[in-house]
Design a binder for this molecule. Structure first.
Ligand code: FVH
Length: 292
């Protein structure tokens, strides 16, 4: 008999299957259920037990019941009719902070403990610590500590507090940053893609290096927001950056590129400068776009 935590996993999409395989590889016993039975067979062939239904999987669980489904609605549908009394639910389904908080209350009303998670990885990164994959967790601290060892198997675990919504908030914040970065990458390639003599592969590599170097800016913004002093040790001030934006916009026009991916952010930079904050870094823009 293994002394490793037994895992119950509901949802065998790309991510659920990757999680399940990581637990099996680490020697955990694994019970699985998926709406479409065909996705169950491969992982059962690798050693998992197939439950007859989601309710049966939950009823037989002795360890965490992990949900990795499409969205919060599917979580509600899958758990409908399951007896959750005394169960430890770990929800790795992407959702909003509010959905996570509501789901935590919903689980509590049914006698279950609840931990929400936001996965900062794509399936091939799961079970491979060298990729830097991690999962934000928030909600029931005791549940997190009890199952921490098992939760650390697919990816590093980062617990961010008792508020069940905070894992999703971190997740969404990082995905939002990523979206902005993708917009910048898209614009950059639009500028150069029409130039026949340019080597796009080389450009892609140099762009990745540049973005990596600039990512450190998030430390400066964190320090400015924490201190409330947005001018201390500014690396590049807003007045200078806003003036340089004119060259970015002119070049976009000259290259025949629509600058709509950049324009709203540049407009906010200009507004902040016009408000007399040209000596700041970018932190002041946070207050321009925040309602609280
Ligand atoms: N894959 C990724 O790159 C990202 C990385 C970051 C985290 N996300 C989130 O992980 C959740 C699951 O993602 P996934 O990649 O496994 O997604 P799919 O391959 O599309 O599988 C979806 C599973 O959900 C089941 N499902 C959907 N609707 C229902 C429902 N109404 N009732 C029961 N199950 C449902 C679906 O079942 P089936 O279609 O196979 O029958 C799959 O098991 C997700 O929140 C990502 O945002 C992944």
């Amino acid at each position: 008999m293994s002394d490793k935590t037994a895992i119950t996993l509901l949802g065998l999409g790309d991510m659920g299957s990757a999680l399940g395989r990581a637990w099996l590889a680490a020697g955990h016993s694994l019970t699985v259920w998926n709406r479409t039975a065909a996705k169950v067979e491969p992982i059962v062939a690798e050693g998992a037990r197939a439950a007859d239904s989601a309710a049966e999987a939950v009823a037989s669980a002795t360890g965490p019941v992990v949900l990795c489904l499409l969205d919060d609605d599917s979580v509600g549908e899958v758990l409908e009719g399951a007896d959750l009394q005394g169960r430890d639910l770990v929800n790795l389904t992407t959702g909003t902070p509010e959905q996570a908080r509501k789901r935590a209350s919903w689980a509590g009303e049914r006698g279950a403990r609840f931990l929400d998670g936001g996965i900062m990885a794509v399936p091939p990164m799961i079970g491979r610590p060298e990729t830097g994959a991690y999962v934000y967790y928030s909600g029931d601290r005791e549940l997190f500590e009890r199952h921490r060892e098992a939760l650390e198997v697919p990816a590093r675990a980062e617990y961010v507090g008792e508020d069940a919504g905070h894992a999703a908030l971190h997740d969404i914040a990082l995905l939002s940053a990523m979206t902005g970065m993708f917009a910048g990458i898209t614009h950059a390639f639009a500028l150069v893609a029409g130039e026949k003599e340019l080597d796009l592969a080389r450009f892609g590599g140099l762009l990745a290096d540049w973005l990596q170097a600039m990512a450190g800016m998030s430390h400066e913004m964190a320090a400015h927001l924490a201190s409330g002093n947005y001018t201390e040790g500014v690396t590049s001030n807003l007045a200078m950056m806003s003036a340089a934006n004119e060259s970015l916009l002119t070049t976009a026009r000259d290259q025949g590129v629509d600058a709509r991916l950049l324009a709203p952010y540049m407009e906010l930079m200009r507004t902040r400068v016009e408000q007399g904050h040209g000596d700041e870094g970018l932190a002041g823009i946070v207050s321009l776009i925040s309602r609280r």
